[in-house]
Ligand binder design. Structure first.
Ligand SMILES: *Cc1c(COP(=O)(O)O)cnc(C)c1O
Length: 399
């Protein structure tokens, strides 16, 4: 079928929740994807921070192939080897003692909110159920996660949401103090607000939030769905800030492209999630766990890829800042950590994204629409970056 026809039929058959770009992607290898006409693209979006090892990485493909032939799915009423192996590697490399597997970011956050509530109920005699979240945050599309997402545009039409949520500005410690009362259960935060515009925490913000959580005996939930798995130049972003969360959620990069999510927490909190409190039919599926295990194994190998991510980040940010100096009336700011990078423009970023696509570079947007979002695979090299910069240079010159 031709490209036009596939697009037309898809537009007629799929529920129209997405505004998609008019290309049909068929094949991927490393940092590149090809559409059905054979046109090649440099993929600096990577499924929005999903394909950390690029497309079809050998080790992941082999692990999935092997597992698919052995066992595709069994219920969580039974134990499997891939689930245990994945739990071990996550626990060994994080603050956590225990992990729960699910299928997506929103499902992980949904579970984290439930866990926070049931734990606080088990611990205190007064009912502590309120959540504090930040404006411009993004935590997912299901009702619980949506309710703690601090962007009005995503709430619109779906109200009433969970009532017991208070929003405060990101980077405002005093606002958190003011929002806390004897019903506060947990604070949920992205260490770096990604979808909301690549907004970085100020120095000591997360440390101060951690201190408040300790002194007020409130849980700190870190949503590392986008920042996790090496994205920011550490395995988890919290490692940059000298703190640990009580609960952390993962998804996006975790499975190397196969859907999987996870909730990580400490022993004492995990105990509150006893039998029959929470479940997920597909959570921890053997194929997804094998894929995630192969992904993590590769990311962690000698720390090579994570160091590489930091080096490529420096190089990419330097080059992006050259562009900023060259087009000061078009580019306002370059910001980010590791390979989670935002470029704030003085105008709507979508025009740039479309022009880049025409010239063979895939990138995204963030925030109010004026931010270009770069979440390339961690395996990119300097040549890939040079190529992306040269396309961006041309596009900005013409814009
Ligand atoms: C993408 C994202 C989510 C939602 O993940 P889904 O897998 O799409 O449900 C939640 N939190 C953050 C920080 C995200 O970036």
């Amino acid at each position: 079928m031709e490209e036009k026809e596939i697009i037309k039929q898809s537009e007629n058959l799929l529920i129209p929740t997405y505004s998609r770009y008019p290309i049909v992607l068929r094949k991927g290898r490393g940092v590149r994807v090809w559409d059905i006409n054979g046109k090649e693209y440099l993929d600096f979006l990577a499924g929005i921070a999903v394909n950390v090892l690029g497309h079809c990485p050998r080790k992941v493909v082999m692990a999935v192939q092997k597992q698919v032939q052995r066992l595709v799915h069994v219920s969580n009423l039974y134990y499997t080897e891939p689930q245990l192996a994945l739990a071990k590697i996550l626990i060994k490399n994080s603050f956590a003692d225990r992990v729960f597997f699910c299928n997506s970011g929103t499902e992980a956050n949904e579970g984290a909110l439930k866990l926070a509530r049931i734990y606080m109920k088990s611990k205190f005699s007064i009912d502590r159920y309120e959540f504090i979240s930040t404006y411009n945050s993004f935590h997912g599309r299901t009702f619980g996660s949506l309710s703690v997402t601090g962007q009005e545009k995503y709430h619109h039409g779906f109200e009433p949401l969970l009532e017991s949520v208070k929003f405060v500005p990101f980077n405002d410690v005093q606002a958190i103090k003011d929002a806390i009362n004897d019903k506060t259960c947990a604070i949920i935060l992205e260490p770096i607000q990604a979808e909301g515009g690549i907004n970085l925490p100020e120095r000591d913000y997360l440390k101060k939030v951690r201190e408040i959580c300790n002194s007020e005996r409130i849980l700190l939930i870190l949503d590392e769905v986008q920042t996790g798995i090496g994205r920011t130049g550490k395995l988890f972003a919290y490692e940059h800030f000298g703190i640990e969360p009580d609960i952390m959620t993962l998804a996006k990069g975790l499975g190397g492209g196969i859907p999987i999510g996870a909730i990580l927490t400490k022993e004492e909190i995990a105990k509150a999630f006893g039998p029959k409190t929470h479940a997920s039919t597909f959570g921890g599926n053997p194929v997804a766990c094998s894929s995630a295990l192969a992904t993590l194994d590769t990311v962690l190998e000698d720390g090579y890829l994570i160091d590489h991510c930091q080096r490529m980040s420096k190089y990419f940010m330097k080059k992006l800042n050259f562009l900023k100096d060259k087009y000061p009336e078009k580019i306002k700011e370059v910001r980010g950590l590791g390979l989670l990078i935002g470029v704030e423009l003085t105008f709507d970023a979508i025009e740039i994204v479309k022009k880049c696509m025409e010239k063979g570079l895939l990138i995204g947007t963030a925030g109010d629409g004026s931010v270009l979002r770069f979440t390339p695979p961690l395996i990119i090299d300097k040549d890939d970056i040079d190529e992306a910069i040269s396309i961006l240079d041309k596009v900005f010159r013409e814009a």
